[in-house]
Design a protein around this ligand. Structure first.
Ligand code: HH2
Length: 261
């Protein structure tokens, strides 16, 4: 999954695409580089980020989706927590809703059912403004599994079919370095829920903590996480650097196939 943030304040690529045409071109480039889907977001969820209104968010993402209409051959997801934004994006050609609040809002569940959209259910502890202040869990993996099981069940009760649901443990969303490492080391556990697993390690703070690198220099660290996640059965990796992640996965897959033959 290639990341396309049309925000002024995203943690690694904020402000890169003030112009919708440039943002659309970036999406087309990621598709040409081998992305399987593109995730468009108009509100940063980085630690400390301030929320924006639905109008502002729509004003950022819709012009990009409009320009991609009929030009992009892979699915588009809308990274939003707001039903109004998701509805408008789905009407404009998106087919996936990526909700970092895990469809805790019943209106988001009803919308996914009504529109037959694919739903990415992510776990977050707290809200972006304060989630990194003091994240706290008993057993982080069990608690996330419990949340994802409850939210996927709620989606199914709302009428979303099982084959439309993905789950994501939410790396960096209300988690310390130790929590992120526990999640990643046991990332194969999440597949036991019976849904394909998505995970987004790209350029995140845990990579900075492990490598000592600033956000603009975390590609190699990101690829280490991508290879690990592929080995552990993660279905979708959410990355900013599509070309490099695709190369990493090509080599990984060739070796996996060779080893299995
Ligand atoms: N991470 C971010 C945003 N959305 N969605 C899913 N499903 N999984 C993730 O790990 C995830 C996500 C944060 O990264 P980014 O979009 O680069 O930054 P920002 O939130 O600052 O726009």
């Amino acid at each position: 999954m290639g990341v396309l943030n049309v925000t002024p304040d995203s943690f690694s690529d904020g402000g890169r695409f003030p112009d919708p045409e440039a943002a659309a071109a970036a999406a087309l480039r990621m598709a040409a580089e081998g992305a399987s889907w593109i995730d468009v977001g108009g509100e940063s969820s980085r630690p400390g980020a301030a929320p924006v209104s639905a109008d502002v968010e729509r004003g950022r993402v819709l012009p990009v989706l409009e320009r991609l209409s009929g030009r992009l051959e892979i699915p588009l997801s809308i990274d939003t927590t707001k039903p109004e934004v998701a509805r408008a994006a789905l009407a404009m050609g998106a087919s996936i809703v990526n909700d970092v609040t895990g469809f805790t809002n019943p209106a988001m569940r009803d919308l996914a059912a009504e529109t037959n959209a694919v739903a990415v259910v992510m776990h977050m502890q707290g809200a972006p403004a304060s989630m990194q202040t003091a994240p706290s869990y008993g057993d982080v993996v069990s608690e996330i599994l419990e949340f994802l099981a409850a939210q996927t069940a709620a989606l199914e009760s709302a009428g979303v079919s099982r084959d439309k649901i993905y789950v994501d443990p939410g790396i960096g969303f209300g988690k310390t370095l130790a929590h992120n490492l526990a999640i990643l080391s046991r990332i194969d556990t999440f597949a036991a829920l019976g849904f394909p697993v998505v995970a987004g390690p790209s350029r995140k703070a845990f990579i900075g903590a492990l490598t000592g690198r600033p956000v603009e220099d975390r590609l190699a660290g990101t690829l280490g996480a991508v290879a690990w996640m592929a080995a552990k059965g993660v279905s979708v990796v959410r990355v900013h650097d599509v070309r490099e992640a695709v190369d990493c996965l090509k080599v990984f897959e060739a070796l996996r196939e060779e080893a299995a033959s």
